[in-house]
Write a protein that binds this ligand. Sequence first.
Ligand SMILES: Cc1cc2nc3c(=O)[nH]c(=O)nc-3n(C[C@H](O)[C@H](O)[C@H](O)COP(=O)(O)OP(=O)(O)OC[C@H]3O[C@@H](n4cnc5c(N)ncnc54)[C@H](O)[C@@H]3O)c2cc1C
Length: 379
Amino acid sequence: MGASDFLAPSVRWTELEHVIVGELAPLVQAIDREGLYPAEAMRSLGKAGAYRAHLQTQNTFAQADIAGAVQAMSKIGQTCGSTAFMVWCQDACAWYIEKGHSPALKQTLLPKVANGEILAGTGMSNPMKYFARIETLKLQGKKVAGGYVVNGQLPWVSNLAPDNILGTAFEVEGRPGGDAGRGQEVMAIFHCDWPGVALKPVPSFLGMEGTGTYALHFENVFVPQDYILADPIGPWLAGIRCGFVLLQVGMGLGIVQSCIDHIDRSNHTLGHVNHFLEDSAEQLRVELHDIIERVHAQSDQVLNSSDANFAEVLTTRLMTSELTLRATQSAMLHNGAAGYALASPVQRKLREGYFVAIVTPAIKHLRKELHRIRSSAQQ
Ligand SMILES: Cc1cc2nc3c(=O)[nH]c(=O)nc-3n(C[C@H](O)[C@H](O)[C@H](O)COP(=O)(O)OP(=O)(O)OC[C@H]3O[C@@H](n4cnc5c(N)ncnc54)[C@H](O)[C@@H]3O)c2cc1C
């Protein structure tokens, strides 16, 4: 049995399928077209175990099964790419808490994030781009008695609502030693309902409208010491970055699989003309299988913080973005006008696929990081 057919035992597939078909599928049009944030479906997915396979302390196997988490996300992404992205947000925030240095949060918050009782976002695009020398850190903190006070703005953070939480990083004013020659960086968890945190609406996007995405403003927000996950962030981030990136692959794989299904279906009636197109279902299946094999191989290495290992994971993520773009375009070309109809899932896949390619790490960011790692390996 190949990795593509294998069902990870760390996921309760029957319960998960039940929620996907019974609760999520009927909401997909409203999520995509009306911007409905599916909070209850997200909680049900959590109860069905969608967010715990990668959490060593929260699943019954006492092992981190990243491949299982990717497979669960992919299954959800076959039905709704927006929800698969929010599953990644939830998974990533739980990953930060489990790997973080706050025993209090591991005890109180982590089980609730792992079972979907608390929904969680990740404001790490800006820090990841900061460490890749793409932009400066947008949040600044000041050490005060019992914690930090944080100010600044993040332009987009998803899977948010007033009672949700998120993980993000800030730069400490007046404490040298940071990565960019400025203040040292600190990682923390925030509650969206803390005084000074404001969720501001963002302009409409062409997709991902139901992902609970807001601009997040911080004005003199006090973060208690118990909510600090890593201070300084540097070595800790190196330890969690492979998991952060590898988990994301699940969103792309789900979209690719559903595009293959749409191509197969269209070939029943249009095969005589469709076979003149590139990126056939057979070709996409082969490449999807290769990526799944890579995820399985890299899942066991996810805590290896070396640059060489990170480059392998970045390559898998890049292959996923590139395959998602080709698969979504191919599904549209195979389906023709039927796929171009507003009610068709095929045109939605196209818009979801672009998101896989532009969300951090975007294709350009991935290529920049791979260039940096390969160049420094040659020196
Ligand atoms: C629907 C959606 C959901 C997202 N969810 C999250 C999330 O949950 N967590 C997270 O950390 N990030 C999130 N992001 C941000 C995303 O991961 C990328 O960082 C973002 O799309 C910018 O990447 P880029 O490669 O285009 O940036 P670059 O091209 O490198 O630079 C663009 C930079 O210019 C600025 N900029 C450009 N246009 C605008 C604008 N219209 N408004 C404000 N600033 C602008 C921003 O600083 C941005 O980072 C989300 C983005 C979108 C579109």
